[in-house]
Ligand binder design. Structure first.
Ligand code: HAM
Length: 437
């Protein structure tokens, strides 16, 4: 063999992605289960698609920052440019556009895809994450917006979060456009101001004000008004014509509708701009209100025109993307994750090499009765076998040696409570069921 250390491969995973060990998978599965069950309780159907997409899918509408700086793009062997999906929205829009005539609108669709973005890994930001995508196609009405936002709220509640632990920040792309239009900002100014507003929560007021004035040059009055709108977040600071606008009324209607459903942790927030070019109506982000993890957890909005990039006529749509990384941080912060419990019920300890064949047959019969059984063939001392079961969190152990092979009863132990019992083979499943209860 030979070869020194230099020939050894690193055991580290690729930067910014995670290896999911069984205990991580337990958490992941729990998170997905709550997402799935809640989405389905609102009548949403699951879909899926490949991770690979032709790169031009993202050029039309996914934000410039993501396409230029964050995509994993490569040429395949046939010379085509391929991208690992940096979000799911263009994919689902493509799927809907490709067979819209066969679909029964309105569509309520959800998926939990993995997403790749070349970002600087940090708390809450990785290069691969999973993202629940929930999208409602075919409805223009604010009821659809309310439905989708209330689904987001319900997922949080089903995770066990209290309303004081998170807030739903709501804004509107139409309202933002109206404000920018009011000040006659150029395309370039709009882009720079939007980017700055997006980072508003990450800097002190004075810094925001200086940067805003920088971007707007000689339009310092506009900067002052924008500062008052975004900085103080007060509707009264809006120009009068906008205070009386449909755009503002629409947001108020959504918030009122949510209130009627008993959802009161909503905040009108002008600093929510969302980084994608396809949003056309309401936009929202859910924030953790606590100090430790005070950040945006997930977000979404209405995008009525995305289908047009496929040459199709308009299909109104509203949805959101909820990431597993930020959710996991949130649930950990508030102690809302369930304790680890493996799927294995019983650890079958073999007390002698000679009984291993019979233990395997016993294991097969117990599985038929619905018990998940792992058999220890190590030949180690029984104490060591129990240690393995304990380390894995397996709740029950069964001891199987030459005597048990001959006798009519089996010795079973609840490793959590220490309770031991002699039971007939046909009663093992029932014993476990009762101990669980
Ligand atoms: P997004 O805000 O880019 O929206 O991502 C949605 C959520 O995915 C984020 O709020 C966060 O929870 C999670 N996320 C995004 N990037 C990362 C990352 N690098 N690491 C960990 N988590 C991340 C969208 O992607 C829209 N396509 C959502 C949407 C669906 N809008 C309408 N329908």
């Amino acid at each position: 063999m030979g070869g020194g250390n230099k020939d050894k491969l690193s055991t580290e995973s690729y930067k910014g992605v995670r290896d999911l060990y069984p205990r991580d998978m337990f958490v992941q599965n729990y998170i997905f289960e709550v997402m799935r069950e809640t989405a389905e309780s609102f009548g949403f159907e699951e879909y899926s698609a490949s991770i690979l997409e032709p790169s031009d899918l993202y050029e039309a509408k996914t934000g410039e920052e993501i396409v230029a700086e964050q995509t994993y793009t490569f040429k395949d062997r046939g010379g085509r440019s391929v991208t690992l999906r940096p979000e799911m929205t263009p994919t689902v829009a493509r799927m809907v556009a490709s067979c819209r005539r066969d679909l029964a609108f309105p569509l309520r669709w959800y998926s939990i895809p993995n997403i790749f973005r070349y970002e600087r890994p940090q708390r809450g930001r990785l290069r691969e994450h999973w993202q629940l995508n929930v999208d409602l196609f075919g409805l223009d009405s604010t009821e659809a917006d309310i439905e989708v936002i209330s689904l987001a709220h319900k997922i949080m509640r089903n995770f066990g979060a209290h309303e004081e632990q998170f807030n739903i920040h709501i804004n509107s792309k139409r309202l933002i456009d109206r404000i920018f239009g009011h000040f006659s900002l150029s395309e370039d100014e709009i882009r720079s101001v939007s980017k700055l507003i997006d980072k508003r929560n990450k800097m002190p007021s004075d810094e925001f004000s200086i940067k805003l004035k920088d971007v707007l040059g000689d339009k310092s009055e506009v900067a002052d008004t924008l500062m008052a709108i975004v900085g103080e977040n007060k509707v009264e600071n809006l120009p009068e014509s906008i205070q009386d606008s449909d755009e503002l009324r629409e947001v108020e209607k959504i918030m009122k509708g949510l209130g009627k459903l008993g959802i009161s942790n909503t905040v009108f927030d002008f600093s929510i701009v969302r980084g994608f070019d396809y949003y056309t109506g309401v936009i929202f982000e859910i924030f953790d209100t606590g100090g430790e993890n005070n950040r945006s957890l997930f977000g979404g909005g209405r995008y009525d025109d995305l289908m047009k990039v496929f040459g199709e006529s308009r299909v109104p749509a509203v949805g959101f993307g909820m990431g597993d990384v930020t959710m996991r941080d949130f649930l950990t912060t508030y102690g809302l994750l369930p304790a680890y419990a493996p799927n294995v019920d019983l650890y079958l300890c073999t007390l002698d090499h000679e009984v291993e064949g019979a233990a395997q047959e016993l294991g097969a019969r117990l599985r038929e009765s619905g018990v998940n059984v792992a058999i220890d063939f190590s030949g180690r001392r029984v104490g060591d076998q129990i240690k393995v079961a304990n380390k894995k969190g397996i709740p029950f152990a069964l001891f199987f040696g030459k005597n048990e092979m001959k006798s009519k009863t089996l010795k079973i132990k609840n490793l959590k409570s220490g309770k031991e019992a002699d039971v007939k083979e046909s009663d093992v499943a029932e014993f476990i069921r009762q101990e669980y209860a």
